[in-house]
Design a protein around this ligand. Sequence first.
Ligand code: M6R
Length: 605
Amino acid sequence: MCGIIGYTGPLDSKKILLNGLTQLEYRGYDSAGAALCMENSHICLVRRTGKVANLKETMERITDVSHCGLGHTRWATHGGVTTQNTHPHQAGKVTLVHNGIIENYHQLTEQFHLEAKLHSETDSEVAAWVLDSLYQGDPLEAITRLVALIKGSYSFCIMFEDYPGEIYAIRNVSPLVAAYTRSGSFVASDLTALIPYTRQYFVVPEDHIVRLTSYKVHLYNLQRHEEMPELMEVNWNMDAAMKNGFPHFMLKEIHEQPEALRNTILPRLSKGLPDFTDDQIPDDIFTSCSQIHIVACGTAMHAGMAARSMMEPLLRIPVTVSVASEFRYEEPLIGEDTLVIIISQSGETIDTLAAMRLAKNYGAAALSVVNVKGSTIARESDYTLYTHAGPEIAVASTKAYSVQLAALYMIGCRMALVRGKYSVPQATEFMKKLLNAIPAMESMIAQKDSIKALVTHLINKSDAFFIGRGLDYAFSLEGALKLKEISYIHAEAYAAGELKHGTIALITEEVPVIAIATQEKVFAKTISNIREVKARGAFVILITREDAVLDGGVADIHIRIPKIGDRFTVFPIAVVLQLIAYYASTGKDLDVDQPRNLAKSVTVE
Ligand code: M6R
């Protein structure tokens, strides 16, 4: 979604804004702009559709120096991808950038008679004009009056013509972090833009205003009383946000998975057993619940689907998985007896956040599995289990998925232990198997060239199917999503046994089928389903464990993963599916890390 960077200080703001916007490119966007406060207090506005490189080209022609400015990458919601709709927006004495959605912008347009003033189709420009109308010389007062009027989610960064060298920002739901350093003051939609300058930052609390001057950042509540920000330390370094010799972030992040798994699992092992004491997660949330409800979006939801298939037979309690955007508008059957597990890499996905708030209102305990430290979901959940994947920059989630799974598997194991479903030796054995998944992933990463070679059978196709049963079906869902989002090949995941109830009509020689058959219990059944598609001409890429015994002719290509416990095959399979999608995307010469129409962190509904 939209990226924001604001800077004021002794350095050249033009460079800082461009660097910041480049760091934020991974979030996904379709136009970029900047507002520079020049030395004569004039505001210079530069806006370009397309990549930050286009904006850079224009900004490099500006020779005058500026020490204060705002930058923005826009992911279009209200109005098409045009220069007029690109941020920043100017309205009288106000220049602003916005992330989020103003739901009552129509009503505000009428109330403030703005129709004739608007140059764009955006809700953001409406907010700029409303703010200008409310402004009577005191920015804090005008901003507090603005937030009393607008409905929706937002983070705004604002410059007022009368206050050159100062930046004001406010947030509600949409994320914002700020920092002050010897090199000036910064505000941004996420940390990656600040890391080159500081390791200390603070998350702007909701409904709080920050005022940046070149040497200090002030934090105010809506009563305009100053508060002390709660400073945090970044727990990763800049290297983690660089490609380090890899052609794409996605490939780098695929390679980082074994290390990410170790970082997530090992600190939580005590005598070979999962232990969440340091995470301050008490066992009674695991013993007191009579059902689990997992809520997430996209890849995180697929991690939840796999966890459900693992947990329910183990714990013998109902485990439900919901898509957050649906859950939040349902009347879920949850209450004080429910453990709600919220999964989110970014910790800012708006539907997931809203779903968690709803679950808490129902009295459920909310345990979040989150990657980004200090994110809203992490802060608002009752308990947080941080995954330690480091920053995930590619839009397609890879390492975040495998560490989410690792964390969920550890939760499942701990619950089985404290609920008496596992003895200590059984739980120890489970954790050993989980750790064995790490070398299994490494061995699949080492086979990336053979996976690259097989992708030639996919890249000129327009459709593909992923099939499997049980856990293999949960993995298929993620394989299909990965392929769709970065190679633009239409892919569907199907429970292998369900195909013949209609969808098999779509199987032809032109439709490759990626079949996953790693679950002993349903292996023979899945192989029968594969024969059904093979008989209809499909080109079959089959993934099994290395010890699987197959008759000839079942598959055109056979990928063997190491022999590990059935429950744990997801880890090496994730690598295979990610590499298939990656090479399909590079084979089509597409933008792997920033696929069209997508954003890394989905902060609007
Ligand atoms: O940050 P979150 O984990 O909450 O994000 C959820 C989804 O938006 C995300 O997993 C998305 O589906 C990925 N682009 C998939 O690769």
